[in-house]
Design a protein around this ligand. Sequence first.
Ligand SMILES: *Cc1c(COP(=O)(O)O)cnc(C)c1O
Length: 388
Amino acid sequence: MDLKGSFPINSFKTLQTPFYYYDLEILRSSLDLLRKEADRNRIEVHYAVKANANPRILAAIQAYGFGADCVSGGEMQAALQAGFPSSRVVFAGVGKADWEIDLGLKADIFCFNVESAAELEVIDQRAAGMGKKARVALRINPNVQADTHHYITTGLSENKFGIPLQCLDEVLDLCMSLDHLELIGLHFHIGSQITEMDNFAGLCARVNEIQNHLDQRQLSVQHINLGGGLGIDYHHPDKVPVPDFSTYMHTIRKMLVMRPGQSLHIEPGRSVVAQCGSLISKVLYIKKGLQKEFVVLDAGMTELIRPALYQAYHKIENISSEEPEQKYDVVGPICESSDTFGKQVVLNKTRRGDLVAIRSTGAYAEIMASNYNLRPKAPARFSDDLLN
Ligand SMILES: *Cc1c(COP(=O)(O)O)cnc(C)c1O
């Protein structure tokens, strides 16, 4: 059996459940390595705020000098409030509303990652109205495969994201013809939770072809932004608490052929924050079914929707029990059959009142919380504030 994570259990026992627990030591270890590898590989990092926008998490990330990748006006506001300089804020997303574009223009953000010709025209108009010039990068759909869940691939032509390669020339022509835009970059994203370096290598090869094409048109851009989120090890949160940023960054640095003066940007979300978080929940009931036993938790899909939404796996541990192991279906209290965290999960013998940790929930958990069934929002707790 794997080691269980180390948790301040005595403090946990005094707290109302469920809550999101963030181990800030693990977050800082991730950020230390990310900073070191980014510097070594000369890569600029924009943290993808959508993974977790808790103010204390944002403040910790900002303190390392990283930028922010935002996909809404709300995220831009949160990033600016947390202290990210606007010169390091990027605004991406397939459906930017006018007020959001205006917000970005007013704050003078680093760059808009643009997904369509229609959007280019709107940004140009809004910038003209303010007497400004908007810096833009074109998000190109590279039509390359990523070996991840089909709900989280983004770089295939069937996905809604990015400008199809076939339309690139047309969109470049349009971009050049608009006076209130400055084309400064190319942006790519192929999906999330990618662990095969070959996928990144494939993307780099495609980017190289596109850059050759731009050369033929005597166009160049100041930066290349490679999305495509590095995956984490959901099965072994304690063995691999910090992802292998080194191999990832080295791979893209080696594979991409850059032009003189060009800078390379990435926008990781999940890999930065996932392993620092656990959802802590209390066992409400052990319910005997016909062929199995259910562990009914006080946390559900309202606190962590990934299993219901993407059939995602999260490691589950009973952190109160050392008794012999047994199999349970672990479910939440919400009135949906999909409100199930895991089937036939091996747990130490579990009783009402035990505390359960659902691991690797620093990313896409608290931020995706809902109040379905009119449940109140679960609070966040931080290791720095709790005694062991
Ligand atoms: C979601 C997203 C990210 C972050 O992806 P992770 O897999 O969490 O690292 C980065 N960039 C864009 C454009 C995204 O949509």
